[in-house]
Write a new protein. Sequence first.
Length: 108
Amino acid sequence: MNPDPKKYLVDIEFAISLIIDFVGDQGFYDYHKDLKTKSAVERQLGIIGEAVNKFTQTSEENLKHSGQIIAFRNRLIHAYDSTEDEIVWAIIKRHLPMLLDEVKEKLK
């Protein structure tokens, strides 16, 4: 039995909320120096990528940037040594809020 695709949306929403909590009011410089927070954020981004992948496999719907999210997850996991903090920071600040809005809309 396949899980309800909404389960993956809930997982994405939860992972984003954790990232927001982890980063708090840090600026980029503080984030860049904080290895524990960077590790936690990257773990949650990996979870988001995997949940997006499973959502696309179990749902007739898609999220707007599914391909890019999944590709970034693969980069985090398989090419971890080439992940740049600036890219992760841009994702946190620019793209996660939009993804969160999209997920919340689909959960309604």
